[in-house]
Write a protein that binds this ligand. Structure first.
Ligand code: M6R
Length: 650
C-alpha cells in the first residue's frame, strides 16, 4: 500500500560533495558516471508514480529541491489530479525529488493528508508507507515541544520527529550528512511498519530513507540513483537494482548508495538485475492492465514451467536450496497466503496431498499466528505471495521460522521481502502484475506450487519419473489450452456485460473447482462491487440454497464428466436443485460434456485436461466474466475502490 519514489541526479560534469559522517559503504558507487544525470527529478518521480499508482490511489504528491528551497504539490484522488495541479502550478527543474501515491490509513484521502509532509519550517519533506504504531505517543511529545500538525496522519508525526532531531543535531554542531544521522535516530524511535523517504534543503543531491517491514528497493543509475517501493518505480531508467534488508537506512546521491543499520553501522544490500523491461508493465494495446494480464496467462504459465527438467527427465528446482534430507523428513505442509494467493494454495493442496501423501493445510496468513498453530522442524511452510510484501504473510513466515519450520516462498517479485526472509524461493515468472485484481499471478502460483509438489513426490519416491513426466507433459499443454479459452471468450464476455444489473452472483464448485469458485467470486466482489460468494456445491443444501430465488445467477464450475463421473453426477444434481428454485445457471464445463446443456441456461466450454490441472483453465472464463461485468458497469477495473495491490499493513 502506497507507492514511493525517490530520485537524485546531477547535470553532466556537475560535481557534488560526497557524503560525510556515514561509513564509506559505497559498494554500489558508479565512479565512471561523469556523463550521468540526464533526467529531471520531477519527470522521474512522476513516471515512477504512474507505474506505482496500483499500490494506492487515494492521493498523490511530490516534493523537489529547488534553489529557493523545497517545493511540494499534492492532491487528493488519482494521480491525474496531481498532474493537473502540476500543470496549473508548475515546479522548477530539480535534480532531487520524492513522490508518493497513497492508500489512506490514518486520516481520510484529502489534500491535507496527502504526502509529502513538511517539517523543520518547511525545509524538510517526508513521505511514508506503512503505519507508525506509536504515533499518538510521539505526537503528544512533539505537541508538548510546541510543534503543530495540520493533518490527521501518522506520517506528519514522523516528519515532525525527523525535523526536531535534525534541528537538534544541527544546533549541537553536527556536520556532514546530518539528514542521514537524523533518519537513523528517528527510526530508532518509531514502532510499526514504515518506509520513510526524506529530503532537506540543506542537502541537495541527497535522498535518505529508513525501512522497517515496508518495501523499498534501490535503482542504480549512471550519475543518478533511484528509490522505489518496487522496481517499477524506476524501470524506465535502470534495470540494476539493490534489495535491502530490514531495519536499514539507505542514502542515495547521484554517485553513491550508502546503507547502514539504524545505528549507523555499515550494512549490505544485494544487487540484482530486473529481468523484465518497461514494456512488460504497459497495457500493450488492451483497454486495461487486467485485460492484458488475462491475455498474458499462456506466457505466465509457460515461463514458470521453463527449464525445470534435466537431461535425464528429472524435475529440477535449482532455486529450492533446502537440504534434501529436510525435505524428505517433512511430515506436514502448511500453505500461508491471503486472497487470491490463498485460493492458489487451496487448489495446490489437492495436488500436493495426492502426489506426495503429505498432509497439507492452507491457512490465511493473518489467522495463522494468532491461533497457536502446531508447526515445527518437520513442517514445510509454503508462503504464496505475488507481491512478496503482504504484511500478514510476512509476519506468518517469521512466526513459522521461529517455530523451526522451513519456509519456501512462491513469489512473483524479485527483491521483495518475503523471499528474502524465507529459506528458499520458487519464483513465478508471470511478469509484472499491475491490475489490483490478480489474474496471471494466480495461474503462475498454481503452476509453481504444482512443480513443488511434483518435486517433493520425486524426492520422496511417491511418484516414478515417468509419472512425473506425464504430469509435466500435461502441464506443458496448458498454455495452448489457455489460449484456446481466450480465443473463444466472446460468449462469456457478452454474458458478463449482459449481467451488469445483477445484484448478486453465486459460484459453485467441487474438489479443485471449489477454490476456483471462490476465486471467481472474489474477482466479482473486488471489481464489480456486488455480492458474490463461492460455495462448495455439496454444501448447498446445508444452508446456502436458501439464497436461491427466481433469476439468481449461479456460475457452476463443473468437474470433468470423463475423469470424475461420480463428482460430475453430484454437481449435475446440485444444478438441478438450484434450477428448480429459479436459478439462472452459467456452467463452465469440459469440451464434449454436452450432458450439462440440458441443465444450463448458458454453457461455456474449456478444453479437456486432467482434473488437477483444470483450475488453470476454468478460472480464465471467470476472470473474463468479472472483467466484462465490471467494465459494463463503468468501473475502473485496474484500480477498484478501497483496494491497493500490495497490502503492506496488517
Ligand atoms: O501479493 P499477494 O499475493 O500476497 O497478495 C495477496 C492478496 O492481497 C491478493 O491476492 C488480493 O486478494 C488480490 N487483490 C485479489 O485479486
Amino acid at each position: 500500500m502506497c507507492g514511493i519514489v525517490g530520485y537524485v541526479g546531477r547535470e553532466r560534469g556537475q560535481v557534488l560533495s560526497t557524503l560525510e559522517n556515514v561509513p564509506p559503504a559505497v559498494e554500489f558507487a558508479d565512479s565512471s558516471a561523469d556523463e550521468g544525470g540526464r533526467h529531471g527529478a520531477l519527470d522521474v518521480v512522476m513516471e515512477g508514480l504512474r507505474r506505482l499508482e496500483y499500490r494506492g490511489y487515494d492521493s498523490a504528491g511530490v516534493a523537489v529541491l529547488t534553489p529557493s528551497g523545497i517545493e511540494s504539490r499534492k492532491k487528493a484522488g488519482k494521480l491525474t489530479n496531481l498532474v493537473q495541479e502540476l500543470a496549473a502550478e508548475p515546479l522548477p527543474r530539480s535534480l532531487t525529488g520524492i513522490g508518493h501515491t497513497r492508500w489512506a490509513t490514518h486520516g481520510g484521502p484529502t489534500d491535507q493528508n496527502a504526502h509529502p509532509h513538511l517539517a523543520d519550517q518547511g525545509r524538510l519533506a517526508l513521505i511514508h508507507n506503512g503505519i507508525i504504531e506509536n504515533y499518538a505517543e510521539l505526537k503528544a511529545e512533539l505537541l508538548a515541544e510546541g510543534l503543530t500538525f495540520i493533518s490527521d496522519t501518522d506520517t506528519e508525526v514522523a516528519a515532525g520527529l525527523l525535523g526536531v532531531i535534525y534541528r537538534g543535531l544541527k544546533d549541537g554542531g553536527a556536520k556532514g550528512d546530518v539528514l542521514t544521522l537524523a533518519m537513523q535516530q528517528a527510526c530508532q524511535r518509531l514502532e510499526g511498519a514504515f518506509t520513510l523517504l526524506a529530503i532537506h534543503e540543506d542537502q541537495p543531491g541527497v535522498v535518505t530513507a529508513g525501512r522497517r517491514n515496508s518495501p523499498l528497493v534501490v535503482g542504480l543509475g549512471d550519475g543518478e540513483n533511484f528509490l522505489g517501493s518496487d522496481v517499477s518505480g524506476f524501470i524506465d531508467f535502470t534495470r540494476r537494482a539493490v534489495e535491502l534488508g530490514q531495519d536499514q537506512i539507505v542514502t542515495i546521491t547521484p554517485d553513491d548508495v550508502v546503507i547502514t543499520d539504524f545505528f549507523g553501522n555499515p550494512a549490505e544490500g544485494t544487487e540484482f538485475h530486473v529481468n523484465w523491461d518497461a514494456a512488460a508493465a504497459e497495457k500493450g494495446g488492451y483497454d486495461s492492465f487486467m485485460e492484458k494480464e488475462i491475455h498474458d496467462q499462456p506466457d505466465a504459465v509457460g515461463q514458470t514451467l521453463l527449464g525445470r527438467s534435466d537431461i535425464k527427465g528429472n524435475l529440477v528446482l535449482d532455486e529450492l536450496r533446502i537440504d534434501e534430507s529436510i525435505l524428505r523428513s517433512v511430515d506436514k505442509i502448511v500453505v500461508l497466503a491471503c486472497g487470491t494467493s490463498a485460493y492458489a494454495g487451496q487448489v495446490a493442496k489437492y495436488a500436493i496431498e495426492h502426489w506426495c501423501r503429505i498432509p497439507t493445510e492452507v491457512e490465511l496468513s493473518h489467522e495463522f499466528r494468532y491461533r497457536d498453530p502446531i508447526v515445527n522442524e518437520k513442517t514445510l511452510v509454503v508462503a504464496i505471495s505475488q507481491s512478496g510484501e503482504t504484511m500478514d504473510t510476512l509476519m506468518a513466515v517469521r512466526y513459522a521460522r521461529e517455530q523451526g519450520a522451513k519456509v519456501v516462498a512462491i513469489c512473483n517479485t524479485n527483491g521483495s521481502t518475503i523471499p528474502r526472509e524465507s529459506d528458499a524461493v520458487l519464483y513465478t515468472h508471470a511478469g509484472p502484475e499491475i491490475a489490483v485484481a490478480s489474474t496471471k499471478a494466480f495461474l503462475a502460483q498454481i503452476t509453481a506450487a504444482y512443480l513443488l509438489g511434483l518435486y517433493l513426490a520425486q524426492l520422496r519416491g511417491n511418484k516414478f519419473r515417468d509419472e512425473i513426466a506425464t504430469v509435466m507433459e500435461d502441464l506443458t499443454e496448458i498454455p495452448a489450452k489457455i489460449q484456446t479459452v481466450l480465443d473463444n471468450a466472446d460468449k462469456i464476455k457478452q454474458l458478463g456485460a449482459d449481467m451488469s444489473e445483477a445484484k448478486s452472483v453465486l459460484f459453485l464448485g467441487r474438489h479443485v473447482g471449489f477454490p476456483v469458485a471462490m476465486e471467481g467470486a472474489l474477482k466479482l466482489k473486488e471489481l464489480a462491487y456486488i455480492h458474490a460468494e463461492g460455495f462448495a456445491a455439496g454444501e448447498l443444501k446445508h444452508g446456502p440454497i436458501a439464497l436461491i430465488e427466481e433469476g439468481q445467477p449461479v456460475v457452476v464450475v463443473m468437474p470433468s464428466s470423463s475423469a470424475r463421473n461420480s463428482l460430475h453426477a453430484k454437481v449435475v444434481s446440485n444444478v438441478q436443485e438450484i434450477r428448480a428454485r429459479g436459478a439462472v445457471t452459467i456452467v463452465i464445463a469440459e469440451e464434449g460434456d454436452t450432458s450439462v446443456e440440458a441443465y444450463s441456461e448458458h454453457v461455456f466450454y474449456v478444453p479437456a485436461t486432467p482434473t488437477l490441472l483444470a483450475p488453470l483453465l476454468t478460472t480464465v472464463p471467470l476472470q473474463i466474466f468479472a472483467l466484462a461485468l465490471a467494465s459494463a458497469k463503468g468501473y475502473d477495473v485496474d484500480q477498484p475502490r478501497n483496494l491497493a495491490k500490495s497490502v503492506t499493513v496488517e
